[in-house]
Design a protein. Sequence first.
Length: 555
Amino acid sequence: MPSQASDPNNREHLSSSEIDVVVVGAGFSGLYLLHKLRGLGLRTRVFEGASDVGGTWYWNRYPGARCDVESMQYSYSFSEELQQEWQWSERFSAQPEILSYAEHVADRFDLRRDIQFDTLVTAAHFDEESRYWKIETNRGDRVSAPFLVMATGCLSSTRVPDFKGLENYTGKTYHTGNWPHEDVDFSGQRVGVIGTGSSAIQAIPVIAAQAAQLTVFQRTPNYSIPSRNGPMTPEYEQQWKSDYASLRAEARKSRNGVLTNPNEVSAMAVSEDERQRVYEDRWEVGGTYFMAAFNDLATNQQSNDTAAAFVRDKIRSIVADPEAAELLAAKDYPIGTKRICVDTDYFEAFNRDNVTLVDVREAPIEEITETGLVTGGRNFEFDAIVFATGFDAMTGALLAVDIQGRGGRTLTEKWRGGPRTYLGLMSEGFPNMFMITGPGSPSVLSNMMVSIQQHVDWVVDGIAYLRAGDLDSIEPTREAEDGWVGHVNEVAHQTLFPQANSWYMGANVPGKPRLFMPYIGGVGAYRDKCDEIAANGYDGFCLQEAKNRVVTAAE
Ligand code: FAD
Ligand code: N01
């Protein structure tokens, strides 16, 4: 039997006065935070709703789930030993391997002893008198701490649309983002998949190979690039490992935190033959490298049109049924402005006799019945329905917690018109509450491992700065936040991104404010900005001394 002090699920384990930082979430963000905060000697308590570590990779166990940033890059860089010793088996590793990696990190750095699993943080209220955050959980914990870090994930709040009759369905239902731990066997079954985003695009070929019948309900087609996944070769692994320090440094300075061999030429600056050659080469290499084929695919409509047309032609060349091919070929938004997908035999799956594509754009799903669903007056019967319907992205997990800042103002109220942050790290009125990869930071537009580590380093350095200066709180000024929100919006509107009904824009959740949530100014430029702000004594932040004196960066 574990002792009180070592049992992380013992809620009396740490009394409030012993906790310096509460972290919510034990995905890649929460794990690295805990490790770094410990390094600073801070007593940290992590609360995690799941039964173990891993976040995204704990929850998304659907068939075919894998990363689409290469594993040599989608991994931590903070420990040289870790990055040298860990071996990935594929170019793009599958979910079980990424989850094992998260578990390995937790074991290697002895992290679990400060993580309380199966516990959801339900409320976090800032007490102005003590300047402590008071935290409540669904298991009755009440703890307080001067610092709160929300490492709750951008894609962790799953979403099933509010389909009429959903409760009547008697077959099995699954959501890709909350997949069962036990094996799901679709053999001999009639399966319906709703959605054709990244999750569906990975799951469909695998489910198709197992199920008797698979019907895919598509509202919006997606552009997808073949992954060309394969086993990790010793040569490729060594290429990275022998030069990890400088390659990682280069990625940190890059636009998306990924080394994609960007071609710094406009698609309009080359001949048609040359353009096709470049696209063809990138298509053969596979993965998101395709979007770096030219330097203006995200900003120039004409350039973007050429890439989109190339991919549509590829789809037409793969899908045998011309009608299905046309339905699968996205036409009404620029390529890349909804998250580009990466697949293994996705379009090929529609050549199988047991796979049917149903367009639900013109005739939306009317209702879920006891045995299936109805759309366009047609009745479909299923043994199982898979909801690949995505997430309440970026803000969902944050707003699911009753967060109250100064004056009892809720974050929900403050963000009613859309998220407002300074640097995606903090929000005015919520002192000492940090977000990891929050809205207003490059976040989901980047290799998240790079962005997570940059945010964690910045937050932990910030806390160290406060402590060294006998300061006890940090909060962005209203002016700095307004300026940043304006900048995020302005930069987004210099691109084609706002043209798509994407989850980046909040468009997938009815009633959610429509604005482009992540910061598209680039990972490298953003890092420089964050570093400069810190170097200038936290420009744009208001710092308070323990004695209540307000200190601004100008002092
Ligand atoms: P998460 O991994 O989402 O972890 C957040 C944790 O917080 C969760 O475990 C959740 O249970 C917990 N939590 C939330 N709210 C509460 C609460 N109130 N109380 C307690 N616990 C709470 N990114 C890439 O860069 N490259 C990829 O290839 C890539 N592939 C992806 C594939 C899939 C299927 C998905 C869904 C996302 C992918 N992402 C990818 C994005 C991915 O989310 C990030 O890379 C990264 O894993 C996020 O880590 P995190 O710790 O910030 O958040
Ligand atoms: O979710 P999504 P996801 N009726 O929101 C459809 C990351 N990720 O889980 O586009 C019918 O993209 C919806 O249609 P529409 C990655 O960042 C990465 O697939 O709104 N359909 C859409 O087709 C990704 O972007 C990987 O018209 C409905 C689908 O459901 C993010 O996670 C793998 C509907 C939802 O697609 C989310 O991806 C997986 C309705 N009422 C995930 N409501 C990698 O490979 C929704 N849809 C790295």
